[in-house]
Design a protein around this ligand. Sequence first.
Ligand code: PEP
Ligand code: MN
Length: 351
Amino acid sequence: MLIVMQVGASAQEVDDVIKGIEEVGLNYHISRGEERVIIGAIGEGRVATQYLTMFLTLPGVDRVVPISRPYKLASREFSHQNSRFDVGGVEIGGEGVVIIAGPCSVESRTQTLEIAHAVKEAGAHLLRGGAYKPRTSPYAFQGLGESGLEILIEAREATGLPVVTEVISPEQVTLVSGYADILQVGARNMQNYPLLHAVGESHQSVLLKRGISATIEEMLMAAEYILSHGNSQVILCERGIRTYETATRNTTDINAVPVLKSLSHLPVFLDPSHSTGNWQYVPAIALAAVAAGADGLIVEVHNQPDRALSDGGQSLKPERFVEMVNQVKAIARAVGRDLAVPHSNRSVPQL
Ligand code: PEP
Ligand code: MN
């Protein structure tokens, strides 16, 4: 349940509510807005109705709202306002649509820098690139590890693009956080609870990909793990699910975009590269995602897709990516949005 404090409730009144929550054996989560404090009282399953009236009678409490969903902090009931946060000068979850682009894997310094400059030029807001790759085959390229992270940092310095990169084990979280602006939790790890716990305790934004066979509710429960460990900066990313269809690598669940937006206040992104597995379908699905209300996209781009060490077949060449960004801009405008404008690029009002 949510305990909404009155505007101007005193610190003592807030403390008394917290004490009450602890006395009945629940956990709490405080959200301090500009106007008022909202306290989430969280327990397993439904919180008993007698508590609702008990908290309502405490001084300083305005109202008590039950949360019916199994995920609490991730739910739209917890926050009617969309979550927004800043990553290296780019607002995530705001009006502007955000584009993350780059290679599937960091393969070399030259490859990464060349692609980073190309995607920056095309209008991407953040750079992606995996240094630790969770591959289906143990014989496939597993990523450059820490030297890959160093290349990403060099690309960030050269282009100013904040960096998104995957973390595949809890032990790596501290190391990868030292380099990345956003930690990616991949589809194969969506229910890796020690990893969710570790990224939840980090102070880094997290891009959480939907598991290959996960339901929307399971995805929101995975997000709840991260939120409940203290990290509120979570992006939900639809990346296609496994169905009986074999014409594409996965099936883009376009429904997930409006469904997640209605069930949760968290920003929703879509990955048209993994959801289709074929570069030819990527732009169409990117446009569909933005039309459906996605707050951003994560797209694979490669300068030499036929030589890529992973996911070349689903990577756009830079020229095609430029075209896609222009089309995405048009669709964003058609639905009353636009592409995000990084703070550093915002024009200074003329006096
Ligand atoms: C990736 O982004 O390169 C990746 C491995 O994605 P996913 O976890 O969605 O398969
Ligand atoms: Mn990939």
